[in-house]
Design a binder for this molecule. Structure first.
Ligand code: AMP
Length: 249
């Protein structure tokens, strides 16, 4: 069984992002980029399924600029077998990525596509769902536990009212939630080995996919600065201040 894991190169989660002075976008100049954390979790799960003898190959795919190769190499250093870069310099919105992934699925015929539940840059939470729709495959999103037997995956999802268990027939799209696992670190020998693993480069045109943006960003702004908090003397003082100063009750 082949598992395809889409991995996105995003601004590192430790970076405090800056908005460009013209408000057109986030400033990515000289900013540390890393693999989207939910995609690290998806790679880890795919590798664990391979180690358990359920999967035979883990293929990672990234769409974006040439530097996405680094993200693919990182995934290969933690156990993925090979990488596919779909190289393009333009903006990629979730529908375009889903279309690219559909084309890769038609070529690679994976049994599971294991996405992250969302990318921490656009917070879209759309790509996996759109891909399942385009492929007409079942989907199980926000996966916090998974077991695969035959052509069936049993998935636990964290939902507001507790834990939900669903079964999906494979091939299917799964999306990884935070508590699915704790990804391993890449060791130096594995980083070296990953440099020799196969990495294929494709383009949207070669896959026959039009990636023209459908949505226009009107403005990007930083959140309002938070003002300093105050200490209240007692409950009565709190109620008074909520009434007279904050005017929320
Ligand atoms: P999003 O819908 O943008 O929140 O992204 C959800 C998931 O789709 C990510 O966690 C990745 O698994 C995948 N994905 C999104 N964009 C890309 C990309 N450019 N390249 C590879 N995978 C992507």
């Amino acid at each position: 069984m082949k598992i395809l894991v889409p991995v996105k190169r995003v601004v590192d989660y430790n970076v405090k992002v800056r908005v460009k002075p013209d408000g057109s976008d986030v400033d990515l100049a000289n900013v540390k980029m890393s693999m989207n954390p939910f995609d690290e979790i998806a790679v880890e799960q795919a590798v664990r399924l391979k180690e358990a003898g359920v999967a035979s190959e883990v293929v990672v795919v990234s769409a974006g600029v040439a530097n996405c190769q680094e993200t693919l190499r990182t995934a290969m250093a933690t156990g993925a077998d090979r990488g596919i870069l779909i190289q393009t310099d333009g903006e990629l919105q979730p529908l375009a990525v889903a279309r690219l992934l559909k084309a890769v699925c038609e070529k690679e015929q994976p049994q599971i596509v294991f996405c992250g539940k969302q990318a921490i840059d656009d917070d879209a939470n759309q790509t996996g769902q759109m891909l399942a729709g385009l492929l007409n495959w079942p989907q199980a999103t926000f996966v916090s536990k998974v077991a695969v037997a035959g052509d069936q995956a049993t998935v636990t999802r964290e939902i507001d009212s507790g834990l939900e268990t669903v079964e999906v027939r494979l091939p299917a799209v799964l999306t990884a939630d935070l508590r699915l696992n704790e990804p391993r670190y890449a060791t130096l020998p594995n980083i070296m080995k990953a440099k020799k693993k196969p990495l294929e480069t494709l383009t949207p045109a070669a896959l026959g996919v039009d990636v023209t943006a459908r949505l226009k960003t009107l403005k990007v702004a930083e959140p309002a600065k938070r003002t300093a908090g105050i200490k209240v003397a007692d409950a009565a003082d709190l109620v008074l201040k909520l009434k007279t100063e904050a005017k929320v009750i």
